[in-house]
Write a protein that binds this ligand. Sequence first.
Ligand code: MLT
Length: 392
Amino acid sequence: MKFIEARRIRNLPPYLFARIEQAIAAKKAEGVDVISLGIGDPDLPTPDRIIEEGARELHNPANHQYPSTAGLAAYRQAVADWYGRRFGVSLDPEKEVVSLIGSKEGIAHLPWCYVDPGDVVLVPDPGYPVYGAGTILAGGETYYLPLTAENGFLPDLAEIPDTVAHKAKVIFINYPNNPTGATASKEFFAQVVDFARRHEILVCHDAAYSEIAFDGYRPPSFLETPGAKEVGIEFHSVSKTYNMTGWRAGWAVGNADAVQALGRLKSNLDSGVFQAVQYAAIAALNGPRDEVQALCELYRERRDLVVDTLNGLGWRLEKPRATFYIWAPVPSGHTAVSFAERVLEKAGVVVTPGTGYGARGEGYFRISLTLPAPRLVEAMQRIRDCLDRVTL
Ligand code: MLT
């Protein structure tokens, strides 16, 4: 029997990292010691104090039943308290916070709440692939906002035609940015609020990397911007800050209507985050700041190692102030894919081709710093050996 896939899924490619996983598996099957600088998945373990809290709650039978879909009151309170301490943003845990099974899930589902077939969603390019996938699944149309080096990898809102802005229901933004490592100023966020107000567009800010920052820089929350709560919500999680990608605990916060619409949708789709995981996430959020600082220091060392090595080979990269990603142009003569294929073939090293994040990622590759320094050193050595000469 051949079942015909629904139109909405026919155009949906397998997730970028599912494809990359297959390429890694094929190379490993050939006996190659593959070093993956692909997915941004922290290599360090979740801190013990968080694991212990999760383990304690795992033994509590009360947590073996359905969780509250919106999230435990204590979970939503911990998120609100963290926003207060970290950003000076005040949130009503009842109305302005909803739990997510990781922020990816919420980002993918949000368009279902506000996008009817034919509506436009403004999506950064390059950008996290889930913004586009969620749009396609809701029947919406993506309008890509080019992020260019000349513009500091910020979308140029003035370039969006009024006819497009008029049809747009949602805009996705993401700072500190994946994949480019770019950061946004408070002034840029103020422009976004103004644009969203003028065109009645819901702003969805993905703040997953707000805690991974270096050299004294502390990324702002979009919700710090005056008026932001009128027009926007922010997605975040414990994944990258506390090495908890596997636990799946995130949240959406901000505009009460949007948060509650997402919660209502989710109450029909899933049954919330396992409560033992919610308790572990509460422990994470209430933990000491120096734990996160130590993690950032480690990523800073790795960043310096990789950027200094690449610059020694002929690149001219600036050190990103945030995220654990290095976004670099491919050497001349290569496309994003041909370069990624070459380093996998000749060096057994996986880098993510920029086009995995959209057409504007052409000419770039991304390195994730989520590997111990000795493996990064080896990866850099192997890349150096497989490139004859780097001309950019
Ligand atoms: C990435 O590597 O772009 C992200 O870690 C993938 C994800 O968060 O799903």
